[in-house]
Design a protein around this ligand. Structure first.
Ligand SMILES: Cc1cc2nc3c(=O)[nH]c(=O)nc-3n(C[C@H](O)[C@H](O)[C@H](O)COP(=O)(O)O)c2cc1C
Length: 161
């Protein structure tokens, strides 16, 4: 999987007035009509049971200059710490929509499919926002690609064989 390049998202949800979220790259488009997506979450993430209760979430598409946001949401720290000082706004579901992203999709859970140590969450998109037209944050070889400017990407170094 280290040889599979992906974008990076932060999946947020809000349950009983508590915001939670985690960094996710297991995200894909399932269908266009109706617009349907899938995210795969580990069952041990603190965010997963909150999302199971709220049945709604937002997928925030990170820009290349939001690497620190990705790193923050990939740590198991109290939800309040993840959102501290982070500008957000709200849409249709109540989930936090992070400012400065490439865009976001707000979703309502359609299928909750536990498989092995993850749950595959199929969800219908209920609202979307197009954000900045900026370079995406990319994940490859267990690291983040960085921009060299002029539209050129510098990939993480290859590990020693
Ligand atoms: C680039 C990247 C991608 C990740 N993708 C996923 C993913 O698709 N699904 C998942 O469950 N965790 C993924 N993680 C790990 C979670 O972000 C991490 O376990 C997080 O601490 C969970 O937070 P929580 O326990 O507070 O919910 C990813 C981490 C990184 C750095």
């Amino acid at each position: 999987m280290a040889r599979w390049a992906t974008g990076v998202t932060v999946v947020t949800t809000r349950d009983a007035e508590v915001d939670a979220g985690l960094t996710v790259n297991a995200f894909l488009s399932v269908a266009l009509e109706p617009p349907t997506v899938l995210v795969s979450l580990t069952l041990v993430a603190d965010t997963t049971p909150l999302l199971e209760r709220s049945r709604t979430f937002a997928v925030n598409l990170l820009a290349a200059d939001q690497r620190a946001v990705s790193e923050r949401f990939a740590r198991t720290i109290p939800p309040a710490e993840k959102f501290q000082g982070l500008p957000v706004h709200r849409g249709a579901t109540g989930a936090a929509l992070l400012d400065g992203t490439l865009g976001n999709l707000e979703c309502r859970v359609v299928d909750w499919l536990p498989r092995r140590d993850h749950v595959l969450i199929v969800a219908e998109v209920v609202r979307e926002e197009v954000g900045r037209d900026a370079e995406p944050l990319l994940f490859y070889r267990a690291g983040y690609a960085t921009s060299e400017g002029g539209g050129r990407l510098k990939l993480p170094p290859a590990p020693p064989r």
